[in-house]
Design a protein around this ligand. Structure first.
Ligand SMILES: Nc1ncnc2c1ncn2[C@@H]1O[C@H](COP(=O)(O)OP(=O)(O)OP(=O)(O)O)[C@@H](O)[C@H]1O
Ligand SMILES: CC(=O)N[C@H]1[C@@H]2OC[C@@H](O2)[C@@H](O)[C@@H]1O[C@H](C)C(=O)O
Length: 370
């Protein structure tokens, strides 16, 4: 049995950019943030990343996904070994495929095995119940973004923007008390963010990403490619909506004839345009957009977003938050919500019919997994 009151939860996230595993401790009762705790990061080795890449687009039960799950479990056990004092672990796993209106959603990594390895209860499989109930299964961080808005004490609507492999945006009206209140939140995936840039850098330069936007900064944006992207029907679809990492994989072909710098600048503008087109759906302009995820370190992308959106754009550090660990903290927060029977997604965040929880709790101290 988990104790009453606030819990020390460790969250772990392996994101779509496939760079590594982030872990962060949070003291929370699932409603409020009481304290931020220690953090850890373990980059995937090239060999591990290749195994994960080979699993992308595969559904459970193939040799590729089994190999990917083994890597995910092993690296998480290593990273989370330093969090043995946690009351609970929130384990997202690695999304390999996401098709909520078709085959479902698939996060590699078994939380029951991780719970046994760590000797700590683990909440995992956060997305599939939402999909089963008709939701998009993503984004799930908005419930945490709502708690963060309360933590930083905003009084006017604010937006959190995550620039990971894929981008996602949460608009929050802080006048509401609970994330499930109608009008409190609107969230959706904006579109591709760093994933197309990383794929380009890998293919053309043998590098993992465009560090500090250096290559993009030397290039010229190809307007026809940008305009074709901005006119995609994805942007007229009403939120909530979610995206698979490789949903816009054809972008690589569209920049194939451009120089490295022009292709990189164009894909960076694509990420920014996705945010700007997505922002057209939000109910009232936010006081500012607080940016989390690795893309906030790309000054070219940040400047393009600021230019295309009509409001201030700043890294979450400006509000005293940790933009590298925010998603790991989110899954610590969500784990506590699952353990306490609180909803983790809402009609305005995943499109699910009514606010619901999800996740499985595997407790190694019990014979059975609930
Ligand atoms: N200094 C930098 N300059 C440019 N880009 C950067 C920099 N640092 C990180 N990035 C980009 O951010 C990516 C990592 O972002 P992040 O860790 O937020 O993604 P993720 O959590 O894996 O993805 P998602 O949120 O979609 O699951 C890197 O792969 C790279 O593309
Ligand atoms: C299916 C899936 O793993 N989606 C991720 C991905 O990465 C960013 C964006 O697409 C977001 O929808 C989600 O992650 C964050 C943590 C979320 O659920 O809020």
């Amino acid at each position: 049995m988990l104790k009453r009151g606030p819990l020390r939860a460790a969250g772990a996230m392996s994101g779509t950019s496939l760079d590594g595993v982030d872990a962060a401790m949070l003291l929370t009762d699932g409603h409020r943030i009481m304290e931020f705790g220690e953090t850890a990061y373990r980059a995937y080795t090239e060999a591990e990343r290749a195994v994960l890449r080979a699993g992308l687009g595969h559904w459970p039960g193939t040799p590729e996904t089994e190999a990917a799950a083994e890597v995910v479990e092993m690296v998480h056990a290593e990273v989370l070994a330093g969090f043995a004092t946690a009351d609970l672990v929130g384990f997202h796993g690695q999304t390999l495929a996401h098709d909520p209106r078709g085959q479902g959603t698939h996060q590699a990594g078994c939380g029951r095995l991780l719970a046994e390895a760590l000797g700590v209860p683990v909440v995992w499989d956060f997305r599939s119940n939402d999909v089963r109930m008709g939701g998009e299964g993503a984004p799930l961080a908005p419930a945490y973004h709502f708690a963060l808005a309360k933590w930083i004490g905003v009084r006017a609507p604010v937006a959190f923007l995550n620039l990971g492999g894929v981008g996602n945006l949460t608009w929050i009206d802080p006048r509401h008390d609970r994330p499930e209140d109608p009008g409190a939140l609107l969230a959706f995936d904006t579109g591709p963010a760093n994933a197309p840039i990383n794929d380009l850098m890998q293919a053309r330069c043998g590098l993992g990403y465009d560090a500090d936007g250096a290559l993009a900064g030397q290039g010229t944006v190809n307007e026809p490619v940008l305009q074709r992207f901005a006119g995609h029907r994805w942007f007229t679809r009403m939120p909530p909506k979610s995206l698979d990492r490789d949903a816009f994989a054809d972008l690589q072909g569209q920049v194939a004839d451009l120089s490295d710098a022009d292709a990189c600048a164009t894909l960076t503008a694509v990420a920014a345009a996705a945010v700007a087109r997505g922002a057209e759906h939000i109910p009232t302009p936010p006081e500012r957009i607080l940016v989390t995820g690795g893309g906030r370190r790309n000054p070219v992308m940040m400047q393009m977003i600021a230019a295309m959106c009509d409001c201030p754009v700043a890294p979450v550090e400006d509000a005293g938050l940790d933009g590298d660990m925010l998603e790991a903290q989110a899954f610590a927060f969500l784990a506590v919500r699952v353990a306490r029977g609180l909803p983790t997604s809402f009609p305005a965040t995943t499109g699910v019919r009514a606010a619901i929880g999800g996740g499985q709790l595997s407790d190694p101290r019990r014979a059975q997994t609930a």
